[in-house]
Design a protein around this ligand. Structure first.
Ligand code: GLP
Length: 242
């Protein structure tokens, strides 16, 4: 695992955007893995800037989202499908239908999870997966205790994650859904390159476990230690316990 400590969010965003720009220059039809949460937002801003400047095109690319809430209405601004559309997909030139996510509105959720796994496999697999990390060490919504070999499935969110994410729901923890669909740790580990971004002191313990802790479902992100090509990009605060 390659760990890079940078002064701040902007520098991290430039490095991640460089990796994506290079990938798409080599393989315009590459498959990207998109994350929600605040960590990748500067990356998405940088990609949109490069698209506006004519440096990068997503016209032949595809993308898969990591996870989705269950129980939010289709037009809810925090439904991850809508977040991704707002933060990146709708700002660049992805083709219609090129960005997919697990369907948290499906009547048959287990079938939706299986269909999502098939869609990722049929795409040839994710070339570059952007990741954030939860304060409890989750990646996507693989909460502590998740099987290290898990695939896309329904999960119950922990109280900690719902409290962390309440800031996106006007601070109202009761408005945060209790369930989600998430790519499993096994699904994420199939991506060819994992790029995890973490900033801020509140991520320092999760980052310490990720980089230095034993591989364990107690800190799900530690599975990344077994990946052949994983890059962890940190600011000084997130790296402060290393
Ligand atoms: C959320 C998302 C994750 C994200 C993490 C950290 O709950 N499901 O994909 O990486 O928690 O979020 P943030 O980047 O806002 O700190």
């Amino acid at each position: 695992m390659e760990v890079v400590i940078l002064p701040g969010t902007e520098q991290i965003a430039v490095l991640v955007a460089d990796a994506i720009e290079n990938l798409l220059a080599d393989r315009p039809e590459a498959v990207l893995g998109l994350a929600t949460g605040s960590s990748p937002l500067a990356v998405y801003d940088e990609l949109a800037r490069r698209y506006d400047a004519g440096r990068i095109s997503f016209a032949r690319a595809r993308a898969f989202m990591l996870d989705e809430y269950v129980g939010l209405p289709a037009d809810h601004p925090e439904l991850y499908r809508n977040v991704i559309e707002r933060e990146i997909a709708g700002r660049v030139d992805f083709a219609e239908g090129a960005v997919q996510g697990p369907d948290g509105l499906a009547a048959d959720l287990p079938a939706a999870c299986a269909a999502y796994e098939r869609a990722i496999a049929e795409s040839g697999g994710v070339d570059l997966q952007i990741l954030g990390i939860g304060t409890d060490g989750h990646i996507a919504f693989n909460e502590p205790g998740s099987s290290l070999a898990s695939r896309t499935r329904i999960k119950t969110l922990t109280g900690q994650t719902r409290r962390d994410n309440a800031r996106f729901f006007d601070g109202d923890v009761d408005a945060v859904p209790q369930h989600c669909l998430t790519q499993g740790l096994g699904t994420i580990m199939d991506a060819h390159h994992l790029v995890l971004v973490a900033t801020g002191e509140n991520k320092a313990e999760a980052v310490r476990q990720l980089v230095e802790g034993p591989v364990s479902a107690t800190w799900p992100a530690t599975i990344m230690q077994h990946h052949q090509h994983a890059t962890v990009l940190l600011d000084e605060a997130a790296a402060s316990r290393l």
